[in-house]
Structure formats: structure tokens, C-alpha cells
Design a protein around this ligand. Structure first.
Ligand code: NAD
Ligand code: MG
Length: 404
């Protein structure tokens, strides 16, 4: 009998989305085969995943980590270890690969995500930063190569589920008036701006409903995550920004909604567990068991909704302004956010400085149209440099004011 298993490459396999993806795959051994796993540098986690899933390839971005992994893999394990961008490109574009889970964190995910789209793969897109940075290029590649993009970010996955089936691949917006993106509000939803100036990385990463990687957890606390998702929604569903609305919903049970012309609002609900969205992407158009328990509405009891506060959470405004400017503004917003979040996690700046750095960078970097990957990469590099300058200015200011 022919092999009907779908072969999957999981990029960012050692992260939160990657681990959840492998959890769902492990529940369906007759449907999926892991073709390749890819991660940055965590050798121990990758070794354990290779032993459990026996992929044909394991890719480590870091060459030294690849060497270490090669030494540690037992002789009976047939996994071949590759490294770097070329190793990643190989396991994305190989003709044997059916599905690519794009779950690398940050702008670093763009080249491989774009390569998967250009190779016409089924692209399960978790890496929202790649759309923010190169949305035009990525959506064009999906159309031209006939790739299938299935959104994994829970909000976009929810919207996708609430669209008519014939509207999912190429949105014609049949009867759709708006999409409503829900936001939990993050751990600082009730904090004043002054309180947020003292927030620590651990407090910012303690998300009330979702367990995620540290970068996206900080993004959720600043609401930049919702800003990036706002941009993501415009690209995936081909919507003008006026047709995307953010609604704060602290319980994270309604994952997002589609509002139709006749007044109907369709919502997708469920427990806050990424395996539902991942299983939907892996199984589409079928439904697969994901390991997520049924939603207990009586225990949930309440569903609250409120408007976001862009004064306390300026990152959401900055992301919306970047969409309005267009071109490389979104890549600049994304790159400066990555620099600022890393500095906050390193305890170099205050939580509220994240927005300050992004705003200063957006004011200083020249914005152009995104025509090629290198234009997007140049904008990303310029923004990082400029954000590092803004960061140094802030640190200088802080150390001077301490001395006074
Ligand atoms: P994470 O930090 O837990 O994991 C990141 C993964 O990417 C790791 O496997 C790491 O080794 C790999 N990686 C990092 N830099 C790399 C590089 N330069 N090259 C190759 N691999 C690299 O992150 P996460 O929370 O799993 O998020 C992954 C992506 O999914 C992000 O874009 C995030 O915004 C998105 N996302 C995550 C969630 C969630 O619940 N965690 C939800 C929605 C969307
Ligand atoms: Mg999300």
C-alpha cells in the first residue's frame, strides 16, 4: 500500500509551539511522519526529540550545536544532522515534505517561511513576525506557488474557522463586515502606567491564560502581540485596517470572531491551549483529536469584553500606525520591538521603555516599499541598529539621572 502519511518539517521544534506540534503529531502516528526538526541551539531538547520521533534530518542553526548533536546521537539513530540557513532551506523545500510548521520565533523565521511558500508547501504559520516583516512577499509567494497557508496563531486560526469554507483560501469577504481580534489584556491589564515602569521580566512572562515562549509573553504584556496580530490579520485575510478590531477578552475563551453584514457574529471558542489550532492546521479540512479537553462553559461562567487602552499600552497604537504607513514600517516596528524585548528580558531597560524604543526607531528609519526579501532584511537591520542607539540613549539617561 502506498505511504499516505503526511511528512512534516517542524521549524522551532524545541519551543512552545514546536513541542505542542509534536504532542499532536504523536497522537496520530498513522497520519504523520516527522521528516525534519529544526531549532537554534538547544542540543539536549533536540536529542530527546530525535530519539522520540526519528526524523530523517535534524537542523541546528548553530554549527557547534550541530557538531555536539552529531556526537551525542546513538549509532542506531538514522537522523542526519545539518546546520545553518542552508540546512534549514533543504528540509523546507525537499520534494518529500508536505507540511511545514513555521514556529521559529522572530524575524529569523522569514527566509524559511518564505521558502516553504515558494515551494508550494502546506504552510502552518505560527511565526507571525515573518508576516509582519514581509507580508507582501509572503502572501504573493503563497498565491504564485499555490501553497496553502493555514494560520496557527489562535486568533487567526479562529477567524479562519469562522469564515465560509470557499472564502478560506482566497478571501472574497463574502458578507464579512469585520474581524474581531480578541486579546487577553495580558498580566498588566489592570496595572497603571506607573506600576508598569517597575514590572520585572518574570511578571511580564506570567501570562494569565497561555503558556508561551518568553518573547511572545512579553509581547502579550505590552499588547505588541495584538499589534503584530493586527498586521497579521490584514495580510492573511486581505483586509483594510478599518475592518480589523481589537477587543479585550480576559478569559481567552473566545479566540476571535467574524462579524457579518446581517449582524451575525461567529466566534470560535475553546480552552486556551495551542494544540487545538495546531490540530486544526495539521488535519484541515478534517478535525483531529488534539488532547485538549472540552470547554466547560458553566465553570467559565463569564465572558467579558472591553476596549483596549492604547494610552497605557502604546505598542498597539504603534503597530496600527505602522500598517497605516505601510512598506517597511511594519518590519521596522517588528525589529525594534525584538531588540527592546530582548533588552527588557536582560534587565537593561524598563518595561515601559519598550514602546519608547519602538517609537523613536519608527521616527528615525527611512521607510520604503517592500519589493524583495533583501529590502525587508535591510529595513530589519537598520531598525535593529537604530533601536540599539535608542537603547543606549535611554541607558545613558538612566545612569546620569541616578548620579544626580
Ligand atoms: P519559543 O521561544 O518557545 O521557541 C522558539 C523556537 O525557535 C525554538 O525551537 C528555538 O530553538 C527556535 N529558534 C530561535 N531562533 C532561531 C533561529 N534564529 N533559527 C532557527 N530556529 C530558531 O517560541 P514560541 O512561543 O514557540 O513561538 C514561536 C512562534 O510562534 C513565534 O513567532 C510566536 O509569536 C508564535 N506563536 C506562539 C504562540 C504560543 O503559544 N507560544 C502562539 C501564537 C503564535
Ligand atoms: Mg495569538
Amino acid at each position: 500500500m502506498a505511504n499516505i502519511k503526511r511528512r512534516v518539517s517542524v521549524l522551532g521544534s524545541t519551543g512552545s509551539i514546536g513541542i505542542n506540534t509534536l504532542d499532536v503529531i504523536a497522537r496520530h502516528p498513522s497520519r504523520f511522519e516527522v521528516y525534519a526538526l529544526a531549532a537554534n541551539s538547544s542540543v539536549d531538547a533536540m536529542l530527546a526529540q530525535c530519539l522520540a520521533f526519528a526524523p530523517r534530518y535534524a537542523v541546528m542553526m548553530d554549527e557547534a550545536a550541530a557538531t555536539l548533536l552529531r556526537q551525542q546521537l546513538p549509532a542506531e539513530c538514522a537522523t542526519e544532522v545539518k546546520h545553518g540557513e542552508s540546512g534549514l532551506a533543504d528540509v523546507v523545500t525537499a520534494p518529500e515534505v508536505d507540511v511545514v510548521m513555521a514556529a521559529i520565533v522572530g524575524a529569523a523565521g522569514l527566509p524559511s517561511t518564505l521558502a516553504a511558500a515558494r515551494a508550494g508547501k502546506t504552510l502552518l504559520l505560527a511565526n507571525k513576525e515573518s508576516l509582519v516583516m514581509g507580508g507582501h512577499l509572503l502572501m504573493q509567494a503563497v498565491r504564485e506557488a499555490g501553497a496553502r497557508l493555514l494560520p496557527i496563531d489562535s486568533e487567526h486560526n479562529a477567524i479562519f474557522q469562522c469564515l465560509p469554507v470557499d472564502d478560506q483560501a482566497t478571501p472574497g469577504h463574502k458578507g464579512v463586515s469585520k474581524v474581531l481580534l480578541t486579546a487577553s489584556g495580558g498580566p498588566f491589564r489592570r496595572w497603571s502606567y506607573e506600576q508598569m515602569t517597575e514590572a520585572t521580566p518574570d511578571q511580564a512572562c506570567a501570562h494569565p491564560n497561555w503558556s508561551m515562549g518568553r518573547k511572545i509573553s512579553v509581547d502579550s504584556a505590552t499588547l505588541m502581540n495584538k499589534g503584530l496580530e493586527f498586521i497579521e490579520a490584514c495580510w492573511i485575510f486581505d483586509l483594510q485596517p478599518e475592518r480589523v478590531e481589537v477587543v479585550v477578552h480576559p478569559q481567552s475563551v473566545v479566540h476571535s470572531m467574524v462579524q457579518y453584514l446581517d449582524g451575525s457574529v461567529l466566534a470560535q471558542m475553546g480552552n486556551p491551549d495551542m494544540r487545538t489550532a495546531i490540530a486544526y492546521g495539521l488535519g484541515w479540512p478534517e478535525r483531529l483529536a488534539s488532547g485538549v479537553g472540552p470547554l466547560d462553559l458553566v465553570a467559565t461562567a463569564r465572558l467579558d469584553f472591553e476596549a483596549p487602552d492604547e494610552t497605557r499600552f502604546p505598542c498597539l497604537r504603534l503597530a496600527r500606525e505602522s500598517v497605516a504607513v505601510g512598506g517597511t514600517a511594519m518590519a521596522v516596528c517588528n525589529a525594534s520591538n525584538e531588540v527592546a524585548v530582548a533588552a527588557f528580558l536582560d534587565k537593561k531597560i524598563r518595561f515601559t521603555d519598550i514602546a519608547v524604543i519602538i517609537e523613536r526607531t519608527l521616527e528615525r528609519v527611512n521607510i520604503v516599499e517592500v519589493t524583495t526579501l533583501s529590502v525587508a532584511e535591510d529595513a530589519d537591520a537598520q531598525a535593529r541598529e537604530c533601536a540599539l542607539g535608542a537603547l543606549a540613549d535611554l541607558q545613558r539617561f538612566t545612569s546620569t539621572s541616578k548620579r544626580v
